[in-house]
Design a protein. Sequence first.
Length: 272
Amino acid sequence: MPNLPTSIVLVGAGKMGQAMLEGWLSLGLDASRIVAVDPALDEAGRARLAEKGVRLEEDPQGIGRPEALILAIKPQVLEGAADGLRSLVGEETLVLSILAGKRIADLAARLGARAQIVRAMPNTPAAVGRGISAAVAAPSVGERQLAMADALLAAVGKVEWLSDEALIDAVTAVSGSGPAYVFLLAESLARAGVAAGLPPDLAARLARATVAGAGELMHRSPLDPATLRRNVTSPGGTTAAALDVLAGKDGLDPVMVKAVAAATRRSRELAG
């Protein structure tokens, strides 16, 4: 892909870091261009990186300055890691952070005011090229660095650019954490099927395929979710009976509002 950096240091090879890495490699990015830094990575994670041909280092010292430094560590780890990472940041280095709650100003204070920082929130479907990321750039970020950030994020899904960094907390709550809500829906639907009399393994298969299939239909269809919902809801039918519960006063909407508000609040708390 055009505009991808010639060299990448990925700091943090956990679930989100590896999800993005999987997306880049699936599009043909040369693994030899990537160095992963993660002293806490378990043996299984180390084996996955080795299998893909990605070099793993425990200490960033001596790696050299990459074109792009990707921060995918836990937010609380940043304070202890910042001193070691500062040497990797030059005036032309893109710093792409996916740390929840850590503002651009926080990153600049720890990595140096000259750092060209883009803050983004991707999600785990990035591993299969179906992620979505929202991103915001510091005012000083140059065109080359913006193009690299967009290419890295677009390689694993859609990208929405924000003009207001304050929106990132709500983005984190909706799309960053959102896949977990969908997985919980599949779990809950399976449990409801068991309660209705289905064998557990059959209920799990039905729920999983239904959630995955509905998502793919929504992905491919030009229709909005409300229209798709109405299209499978016959007046007085079984779906309508269920939706009377799910869309009622104590149904899905108020619960989801509370859930997203809780996640947004936690994202702000992580900022300190």
